[in-house]
Design a protein around this ligand. Structure first.
Ligand SMILES: NC(=O)c1ccc[n+]([C@@H]2O[C@H](COP(=O)([O-])OP(=O)(O)OC[C@H]3O[C@@H](n4cnc5c(N)ncnc54)[C@H](O)[C@@H]3O)[C@@H](O)[C@H]2O)c1
Length: 366
């Protein structure tokens, strides 16, 4: 279709526009590392590959393409793509000679995790175990685990520090947390140099737009393109720590370069923005849909630890990030356009599993 840009065109566009915001290179010369990115054909993983290649490293991607897309990765002489599941027995061979492993491969949707917990356990727990075993066998010098702020559930404290209680509300959150704890266990027992990054709400071009109802950005952008109202959950006053993907990627690079091990770091923007503010920046009609059980009213990372220990700080301001998303809106042309009815259907199990049972439906239990 004329006027459409490919994801790689957008990678250049975003790169050029973020030029003034380019993250500062870490303090040491670390060019020419051999990197392995599991899940590198996904949203965050493909941006990480762009950054690693731009920094002069070589990259092997292992991805089953279950939610990722090969087109997210622009061809590059130093990029080697392996289509495989991280649970496949032969993946260990790709760890030979690797310096840095970035483990991003995971199933990452909330509702399917409630419907098919075994699949999530297999991908996120067994898969992580397989990656850790391969990394240990080949004595990699660094493994950065991609954890999720969903482990905090509905926290008591905002901004939320890494020490907050773990309150996983659904199997996705639980499996990501078990993966993290397993990685840290390998660090303690086998001295595998592991760092875990707990990502808050990451946004940017190429964010997942699979058939599954999920992250608010993709939902709104597809609705805007189709001229349909934006489906605002509840009153829209809930706030999210929206963190731009190139900032997140910079945290991964700093975690790889650093000597810190066995540590967990929150990766968040340092702000928390109302969904209503996002709606204002995107523009368009809105329609309200019911608030979901188990969803926090606020996500807001305490980022003191990563700022201090990795000298990381987010650079892309929220309105600038939203502008970049709007400039790449064509990427959501083929994404599903959700309506209040289709969302009600898609989230039915969410209400079923996490909703507080009504007294009269409670099988007579008082
Ligand atoms: N996007 C966010 O806001 C966010 C927030 C917190 C944590 N995370 C974590 O970041 C990572 C990347 O998320 P994303 O948003 O880019 O999702 P994504 O779905 O775009 O990327 C995940 C990638 O992993 C691949 N994959 C899944 N299971 C696999 C398997 N068994 N073997 C090989 N490849 C497999 C998929 O094909 C996909 O390319 C995930 O670990 C996710 O849990 C993301």
């Amino acid at each position: 279709m004329s006027g459409h840009k490919s994801p790689s065109d957008y990678a250049e566009l975003v790169e050029a526009q973020a030029e003034g915001e380019r993250p500062i290179a870490p303090g040491r010369a670390d060019t020419g590392k051999r990197c392995l990115v599991t899940g590198g054909a996904g949203f965050v993983g493909s941006h990480l590959c762009d950054r690693l290649l731009a920094d002069g490293h070589s990259v092997t991607v292992i991805d089953s393409l279950i939610t990722g897309h090969k087109k997210n990765l622009a061809p590059h002489a130093r990029l080697n793509f392996v289509e495989a599941d991280i649970n496949d027995a032969h993946i260990a061979e790709y760890f030979s000679g690797i310096d840095w492993v970035f483990h991003m491969a995971a199933l990452a949707d909330i509702v399917p995790s409630m419907e098919r917990p075994a699949e999530y356990h297999r991908a996120n727990v067994d898969g992580t175990f397989a990656v850790l075993e391969a990394a240990r066998a080949h004595r990699v010098s660094r493994l950065v685990y991609t954890a999720s702020s969903s482990c905090y559930g509905i926290p008591d404290t905002f901004p939320t520090p890494e020490t907050a209680e773990v309150r996983a509300m659904y199997p996705y959150a639980l499996t990501k947390w078990i993966g993290e704890q397993t990685a840290l266990h390998f660090c303690k027992v086998y001295q595998l140099p592991v760092v875990s990054l707990r990502l808050f709400n990451v946004y940017g071009p190429r964010s997942r737009s699979s058939g599954t109802y999920g992250a608010v950005f993709g939902t709104f952008l597809a609705q805007k393109l189709a001229g349909r109202p934006l489906t605002v959950v509840g009153d829209g006053k809930q706030t999210r720590d929206f963190t731009y993907v190139t900032d997140v990627v910079d945290a991964f690079v700093r975690a790889a370069v650093s000597n810190v091990t066995g540590e967990i770091f929150n990766v968040g923007s340092g702000g928390s923005y109302a969904v209503n503010e996002l709606v204002r920046l995107i523009g368009g009609e809105i329609v309200h849909i019911p608030k979901r059980p188990g969803e926090p009213d606020c996500t807001f990372a305490d980022t003191a630890r990563i700022r201090q220990q990795l000298k990381w700080q987010p650079r892309v301001k929220f309105p600038d990030g939203v502008r970049l998303m709007l400039e790449s809106i064509e990427l959501w042309r083929d994404a599903p356009v959700w309506t209040p009815d289709s969302i009600a259907q898609a989230t039915e199990s969410w209400f079923r599993y996490l909703g507080v049972p009504k007294r009269e439906e409670n099988h007579g239990v008082r």
